[in-house]
Ligand binder design. Structure first.
Ligand SMILES: *[C@@H]1O[C@H](CO)[C@@H](O)[C@H](O)[C@H]1NC(C)=O
Ligand SMILES: *[C@@H]1O[C@H](CO)[C@@H](O)[C@H](O)[C@H]1NC(C)=O
Ligand SMILES: *[C@@H]1O[C@H](CO)[C@@H](O)[C@H](O)[C@H]1NC(C)=O
Ligand SMILES: [Zn+2]
Length: 618
């Protein structure tokens, strides 16, 4: 390793310690989320975050991470509300302004119909086109995340939608009769419409299925309250639907292609005709429009925000923590508990050394002028129109579809981001192919981070988060992949041979399943790295050796309490095991259960089994 961090660490210790050592209280924004009636040893998440929902009851966000993005979008909305009058602004900056202006316009049914008509002659109707068609037809205010394998969930959401403002007389729930169909067909754009007979066959079959009574209806719970779902325009039967009926509808509709659904939805909207056309206009809210801008036009949006605030004053702080964490992990690797052979150990240390941290999805090198040029080039083909919201939505989605893919990061290029995926919200991510951690700037705001906050708060939040992302480079699957994304066969083989390493992999797999293995390892390793980076450095100071045990445990408790804040949310626990991470409460509780210093800090009774159940890859 080229760098020696001993000196740096010493400097950190000196700079950091004296005021911190005597720290007594955590900030209110942490303590108010606690529910002290619940023992930290029993359920630490509930202890640390139990009152989060009560405190944020009237707020529009549902988790701390959401809150950070929400604040970021509010700032963006404020910038986009201001009229740019110089006439000098670069073209790529006019894009978010045009998008935002179109999004804030009042929307109505004639616009929707006109847009669907425009879609039909398009050479290819695919998921982007369906996304916008459904956003328009169902008056979705927030961009929905569609795609293969996601349509059942989306239809389910639409089927369960309730809105007291919706007047169900606006719709028609009867299946189409053939003569009605013939009439409506005449209004279809002649170019690009499907073949009439096969379309009618598919349509009439679907409609029969949609309203069919089920044999097993009696045995199910009836959803009494669910009359016609809000903004529904498809057939709907008279008797209240059972759960199994709803399930059947979702799978029927999810199986339909965009080529069928788009003209079909257009026909049904026309059938409802007068009522729907007379329906009230609607408008998308400011922060939702800003959010869509940020998702679809990330770089110009981030650029506007960065220009508004001095660019990245946090960078040195984060790079500093990142170096410290790398140093810690390097020490761990060198201790070599897995008995890696010399070449593999060298490989791992080199991968660690070359791992970089990048703030913001915008490139960080080069002059402002060259960055502007690159962004101008990046968006050169995107045409937006300040009075055509649905058209803009489609154009921006198509542009993003072109770019998606695991990016190989070039230093000077804007990082491709994915709507609803990496880079378009506050969550940081690790890019395997270029061995880089990316931290979107929206992460770096209060309450998670305030410039000048104590090191304890910074290490227990950002330190953990960076430690988690760093760990992604060293999961069992990614270990053999080097800084340039190349697979190293010898490392891959050795990893499979080593007894201890495989034992720990099995430990993780047995406790959390294959799917969550990587994320759990990253959580555990991240927490351990952040904790040791902070406390081991601190303990070099003699003050700490003489401190009585109450002073000793207090900052440790604070460290864990603040760590948990990142996960505080409104969750109801129902999405347990739903994805790679597991629920927020499980993440916190699993991470601390896997970490002995937590039990010591809170004086939790420690059984032998606790230690035995801990999985530690390195
Ligand atoms: C939870 O928060 C609410 C609202 O801020 C507050 O009134 C209440 O006292 C808190 N409860 C606990 C247990 O701290
Ligand atoms: C909807 O139509 C029904 C039957 O025609 C009528 O009784 C009801 O008042 C209407 N509801 C509204 C909100 O107009
Ligand atoms: C912008 O969209 C509106 C509404 O769809 C349309 O009337 C207008 O011609 C478009 N302008 C340009 C320049 O394409
Ligand atoms: Zn992760």
């Amino acid at each position: 390793m080229r760098f020696d961090l001993r000196l740096l660490l010493l400097a950190l210790v000196l700079a950091r310690l004296p005021p911190e050592a005597k720290t007594v209280g955590l900030p209110d924004h942490v303590t108010q989320h606690m529910d002290r009636s619940i023992s930290p040893c029993r359920d630490f998440y509930a202890h640390a975050c139990g009152n989060w929902s009560a405190v944020h009851e009237s707020d529009p966000y549902r988790s701390l991470l959401d809150q950070l993005d929400h604040n970021y979008h509010q700032r963006l909305a404020t910038l986009l509300d201001q009229v740019e009058s110089s006439g000098q602004e670069a073209r790529f900056l006019q894009l978010p302004r045009a998008y935002y202006a179109s999004c804030r316009r009042s929307l109505d049914m004639p616009q929707v119909l006109a847009f669907l008509e425009r879609l039909i002659p398009e050479p290819e109707l695919d998921i982007d086109e369906l996304t916008v068609a459904m956003t328009a037809a169902f008056r979705l205010k927030v961009l929905v995340e569609m795609g293969d394998g996601k349509m059942e969930k989306i239809w389910l959401k639409l089927l369960l939608r309730h809105d007291p403002e919706w007047d169900r007389n606006e719709t028609r729930r009867e299946p189409l009769e053939r003569p009605q169909f013939e009439q409506l067909w005449l209004q279809m754009p002649a170019r690009g419409r499907p073949k009439r007979e096969s379309f009618w066959l598919e349509l009439s079959q679907l409609e029969r299925d949609l309203i069919r009574e089920d044999d097993d209806d009696d045995n199910e719970v009836f959803l009494d309250k669910l009359d016609t779902p809000a903004y529904w325009m498809l057939p709907w039967r008279r008797s209240p639907p059972s759960l199994s009926h709803i399930r059947r509808l979702t799978s029927l509709l999810a199986a339909k292609t965009p080529q069928f659904l788009i003209p079909y939805i257009l026909l049904r909207l026309r059938l409802a005709g007068g009522g729907l056309a007379k329906a009230q206009a609607w408008q998308v809210e400011r922060s939702e429009c800003a959010e869509q801008c940020r998702q679809l036009l990330s770089h110009p949006s981030v650029w506007l925000l960065e220009k508004d605030q001095p660019r990245l004053p946090e960078e040195p702080v984060l790079q500093d923590i990142f170096r410290t964490l790398k140093h810690r992990f390097g020490q761990k690797l060198r201790a070599n508990r897995n008995a890696f052979g010399r070449p593999t150990l060298k490989f791992l240390l080199s991968k660690l050394e070359h791992m970089t941290l990048r703030l913001s999805v915008l490139p960080r090198s080069g002059s402002v002028h060259s960055l502007e040029r690159r962004l101008e080039h990046h968006y050169r083909e995107l045409q937006l129109n300040a009075s055509d919201y649905f058209g803009n939505l489609l154009a921006a989605l198509r542009q993003d579809t072109l770019e998606v893919g695991m990016p190989l990061l070039k230093r000077r290029q804007p990082l491709p981001v994915k709507p609803h995926g990496y880079g378009s919200f506050a969550s940081p991510f690790y890019l395997l192919m270029s061995n880089t951690l990316v931290v979107p700037l929206s992460l770096l705001g209060p309450p998670l981070y305030t410039p000048g906050q104590s090191e304890l708060l910074t290490y227990s939040s950002l330190g953990y988060i960076l430690g988690h992302e760093l760990s992604h480079g060293f999961t069992p699957g990614f270990v053999p992949i080097d800084s340039r994304g190349q697979y190293h066969l010898s490392v891959g083989r050795e990893r499979l041979r080593l007894r201890r390493f495989q034992q720990q992999v099995r430990c993780l797999r047995w406790r959390f399943g294959e799917r969550q293995l990587d994320e759990k390892f990253a959580d555990f390793n991240g927490l351990e790295l952040a904790y040791s980076a902070y406390f081991d450095a601190v303990e070099g100071d003699t003050r700490w050796d003489q401190a009585p045990s109450t002073t000793w445990s207090l900052p440790r408790q604070q460290f864990f309490l603040n760590f948990a804040q990142f996960f505080c949310s409104d969750e109801d626990g129902s999405q347990d095991n739903d994805d790679d991470h597991g629920s927020d409460s499980r993440r916190v509780n699993d991470a601390v259960a896997n970490f002995q210093p937590f039990r010591e800090a809170f004086g939790c009774p420690s059984k032998k089994t606790h230690k035995k159940l801990q999985c530690r890859l390195y």
